[in-house]
Write a protein that binds this ligand. Structure first.
Ligand SMILES: O=P(O)(O)OC[C@H]1O[C@](O)(CO)[C@@H](O)[C@@H]1O
Length: 261
């Protein structure tokens, strides 16, 4: 695992974006796994700026989003399709037909999950999976529980998750109770996983996920087993890690695990 700690969120956003830029320069047809939520917004802004500066092109790339709410159409402002269009896709040159997000309004949700898995399989391995972290340790919408799913499935959202995401809706009651999410198997099969976590409110959970026991009660703890895990934290999220803030250029991540493991 490579752990990078940044003095402020802007440096973190830039470093995460540059990781994706570097990948696309080496491999223009890379398959990207993408996340939503508050965390990646700044990363998508930095990617948009890099495309505007013509530092990178997404013209040959493909993307697969982690999840989508059940029952929200693409034009609902809180749907993840809407979010991705608003924050990234409409600002970059990725062909719309190569951007994939589960259809949360499909008449048959089980078939939609199977369809998404077939698309993932046909695309080959995800080269880089961008992940945020839920306050309860969820990744995508893989919620804590006695068992985890490997494949794309319909997840019942934890009350804590619905509460955390209520800020994206007019009223808390509007937050859907279910979502379609990529499973742990699909997330894990990515060549590289980039976990980005910001804010003091996530300091405990990110520390537990990366240093605590590996358990389905904290889905992100499974990431400890991934052979190529890159973690980027701001100082708030890194409060419980006793290692130094990344001093070198933010786009040159260093291995700063410094005897932690
Ligand atoms: O960045 P946020 O808004 O804290 O969300 C964290 C995680 O929660 C989700 O939004 C799902 O609740 C994930 O997609 C995201 O990575």
């Amino acid at each position: 695992m490579k752990l990078n700690i940044f003095a402020n969120p802007n440096l973190l956003h830039e470093a995460a974006a540059q990781t994706i830029v570097r990948l696309l320069r080496q491999k223009p047809d890379a398959v990207l796994g993408l996340a939503t939520g508050g965390t990646p917004v700044g990363i998508y802004e930095a990617l948009t700026a890099a495309v505007r500066r013509r530092e990178v092109s997404f013209a040959r790339a493909a993307s697969f989003n982690l999840d989508e709410y059940v029952g929200l159409p693409p034009d609902h402002p809180a749907s993840y399709r809407f979010y991705m269009d608003q924050h990234l896709f409409r600002h970059i040159d990725i062909p719309p037909e190569r951007t994939h997000i589960p259809d949360g309004c499909a008449a048959d949700l089980e078939r939609e999950c199977e369809r998404y898995d077939r698309l993932l399989q046909a695309a080959g391995r995800i080269d880089l999976m961008l992940l945020g972290l839920g306050h309860n340790g969820h990744i995508g919408f893989n919620e804590p529980g006695r068992a985890l799913h490997s494949k794309t499935h319909v997840a019942v959202l934890h009350p804590q998750t619905r509460e955390a995401n209520a800020r994206f809706f007019c009223t808390p009651e509007e937050v859907p109770t279910k979502a379609i999410t990529m499973g742990l198997g699909s997330i894990f099969s990515a060549r590289t996983i980039l976990l980005v976590v910001k804010g003091n409110d996530k300091a405990d959970i990110v520390h537990r996920a990366l240093t605590g026991p590996i358990t389905t009660e904290c889905p992100a703890s499974l990431l400890q087993l991934h052979p190529r895990l890159v973690v980027m934290l701001d100082e708030g999220a890194a409060a419980r890690f006793k290692c130094q803030t990344t001093q070198n250029a933010p786009h040159e991540p260093v291995d700063s695990t410094n005897g932690l493991w």
